[in-house]
Design a protein around this ligand. Structure first.
Ligand code: NDP
Ligand code: 8X3
Length: 252
């Protein structure tokens, strides 16, 4: 069977890294993206015995860097069948009246504009071939709004809208578009949100059984391994202990 090629943004950590590992186990060729080259190199070394792997190090905020990186792919990786738009983070958890404008810029530039730049660099070849699969990683923060989540929630509501818009615009090209919207997943997400305050970050996941990045990777692999006429369009995935952004059953 012909091997598929997937480009994963944010493959250096968390959900993106777990997805890369899951895809490699299933023989999918990988283009691993992120800013931290040493982590990309380490993951490439780990996965190369299982599948073909290449890496692209760029900041998704930098549109020129994103286009140049994707343009630079060798022929053997230039047909991208699957795009996993995963790179993103929350920066800060502050009320709107005291929030940092730098944090707002980071979240809009990475989670929204970065996703658009990478998609724009890849979609035209998918429309030419009339095939492809795009999975956008949204969040429960894109389905509801919680206290102090303001701009992060706005950025993920934008991802939700972009996911729906892509599915409509790409419908005539037979391209599959779907989103996964996770609740609380234990990754480096909260370490980034709280800018290295690891104790505060760890506390987010204490007292209940959070999702693990592998849980989301499993679901992403399930989505891409359905027969081509099946498109999982919009999935909300929660830990059992979580009912909504603000309702989590904790043991303390
Ligand atoms: P991590 O912090 O573990 O991973 C984030 C990834 O995004 C890293 O690989 C990082 O790579 C990459 N990234 C961040 N900023 C940039 C940038 N400017 N340019 C390129 N890559 C970047 O978090 P998660 O795995 O949890 O997050 C992955 C996605 O899942 C995000 O979109 C997040 O919003 C979403 N999500 C997470 C949830 C959670 O509870 N953890 C729940 C719902 C959604 P590098 O730093 O090397 O560039
Ligand atoms: C990450 C989940 O609840 O921290 O998107 O916003 S949450």
């Amino acid at each position: 069977m012909e091997k598929k090629t997937a480009l994963i943004t944010g493959a250096t950590s968390g959900i993106g890294k777990a997805t890369a590992i899951q895809f490699a186990k299933n023989g999918i060729h990988l283009i691993l993206c992120g800013r931290r080259q040493e982590r990309l190199d380490a993951l490439k070394n780990e996965l190369s015995p299982l599948t073909e792997v290449t890496t692209l190090s760029f900041d998704v905020r930098d549109k020129e860097a994103a286009f140049n990186a994707i343009e630079s792919l060798p022929n053997s990786f230039s047909t991208i069948d699957i795009l996993i738009n995963n790179a993103g983070n929350a920066h800060g958890l502050d009320p709107i009246q005291t929030g940092s404008i730098d944090d707002w810029d980071a979240m809009i530039d990475i989670n929204v504009k970065g996703l658009l730049y990478v998609s724009k660099a890849i979609i035209p070849k998918m429309t030419e071939r009339k095939s492809g699969h795009i999975i956008n990683i949204g969040s429960t923060a894109g389905k509801e709004v919680y206290p102090n989540g303001n701009v992060y929630c706005a950025s993920k509501h934008a991802v939700d809208a972009i996911n729906k818009a892509m599915r409509i615009d790409l419908n005539e090209y037979g391209i599959r578009v779907g989103a996964v919207h996770p609740g609380l997943v234990e990754t480096e997400f909260s370490n980034v949100r709280f800018k290295g305050d690891d104790e505060r970050a760890d506390n987010v996941y204490k007292g209940f059984d959070p999702l693990r990045p592998e849980d989301i990777a499993d679901i992403i692999h399930f989505m891409i391994s359905r027969p081509y006429h099946v498109n999982l369009a919009d999935l909300i995935v929660l830990p059992t202990a979580q009912a909504s952004s603000t309702i989590v059953k904790k043991t303390f």
